[in-house]
Design a protein around this ligand. Sequence first.
Ligand SMILES: Cc1cc2nc3c(=O)[nH]c(=O)nc-3n(C[C@H](O)[C@H](O)[C@H](O)COP(=O)(O)OP(=O)(O)OC[C@H]3O[C@@H](n4cnc5c(N)ncnc54)[C@H](O)[C@@H]3O)c2cc1C
Length: 425
Amino acid sequence: MTKLTRRSFGIFTGALGVTLALPTYLRAQDRPKVVVIGGGAGGATTARYIAKDSEGAVDVTLIEANPQYTTCFFSNLYLGGFRDFDSITHTYDKLASNYGISVVNGMADTVDREAKEVVMADGSRVPYDRLVIAPGIDLIWDSVPGYSEEAAEIMPHSWKAGPQTQLLKSKLDAIENGQQIIMVAPPNPYRCPPGPYERASMFAHVLKSKGLTDSKIIIIDPKPKFSKQGLFQEGWEKHYPGMVEWYGPDVHGGITGVDPAAGTVTTDLDTFKGALVNVIPAQRAGAIVAKAGLTDDSGFVPIDPYSMRSKADENIFVVGDATIAGDMPKSAFSANSQAKVAAMTIRGELTDSKVFPAKYANTCWSLIETDDGVKVGAQYAPTDEKIASTTSFISQTGEDGALRKATYEESIGWYAGITNDIFGD
Ligand SMILES: Cc1cc2nc3c(=O)[nH]c(=O)nc-3n(C[C@H](O)[C@H](O)[C@H](O)COP(=O)(O)OP(=O)(O)OC[C@H]3O[C@@H](n4cnc5c(N)ncnc54)[C@H](O)[C@@H]3O)c2cc1C
């Protein structure tokens, strides 16, 4: 009888289809088990690539707290009225039906690294041979004095997409001419470096479209400079003259607190009052990686740049915003790119398939006004120290309208492509 190696097994099932085509004796109990915690840009991509490329030879379970996922990416375009909410919300149905992934809707509480089991909030345990954790970020509520989870119902952060994004949109749509919007921007490191400034552009777009040009958007930033600063400031001047003001720490002197009841943000310079206050606090990795003992003092996870393997545990890989990813920004594009490296490495270890040298990429597009899109991006390669940028590019100030329109259209194609790549098509 022909001996069925894991490698030849992959070829066999490739001809037959996925999980359901497996002989009964090779189903879940005999296959190596990969468990993925977090069904966002990083986790869902990793689960999908392992299931797809191993063609049923690996048993993949995806644990996700929410039944569906609203993307932070393009949530600013929803705020600006360029997308509807449904178009940025995705289900896990195709990962289950087309790739045989077991999708568990629940909260992972911690990881028993000795036993190699994920401990769920309900006490149940899910065993793994390899574990991938992609929990994204948690907000550090008290990084802005006076801010809290309760305060976020009045001063939404909307830095995790879903009900918070809808709350921010309803407050934006209620602004009247002459009223102010105040944004407290986050300190580094945080997810999506250009995100706050694209959001301010979308706020301005909505106000301008409604003729509310006596209103102002004031950004109070703890950072002395920000991503694509020249491009955004040129765009604000061109499209929204006098409407967007940015104050760095040398102007405001320090953010001393917020008062949700009064709708104010206090700094050393002054107290600012807003009809809408959008507070984006400091961030750290999603709680479960700290609980699993994988973070360092920064609150994020050190990883091996060649594989995305946690430096603290050889059976655990971490991808996306929760990691210290060297020169890579915390973006969905980065998380998706890192996920493919982790998936290939894990599949190689579990099925003896070939592992190619890691390479990574990112591009972040931002919309400033209708058809005025800009971008920044880079290619990356691993070194012993970090994931290092090898080449990079950025839109230029003064570009013509046709190029900016093409850049925006490129971002629409990217969104369609990456959401298929994450959630399946
Ligand atoms: C306003 C805004 C705009 C953005 N725009 C862009 C953009 O244009 N381009 C871009 O590339 N990126 C953009 N980003 C960044 C992007 O959204 C994140 O970088 C990306 O989502 C990170 O992916 P992740 O997998 O690390 O985390 P996430 O996508 O946040 O996924 C984490 C998932 O894990 C789940 N989870 C966490 N802990 C547990 C647990 N213990 N048990 C079960 N489930 C758990 C969460 O429910 C969540 O679904 C933007 C972000 C914001 C806020």
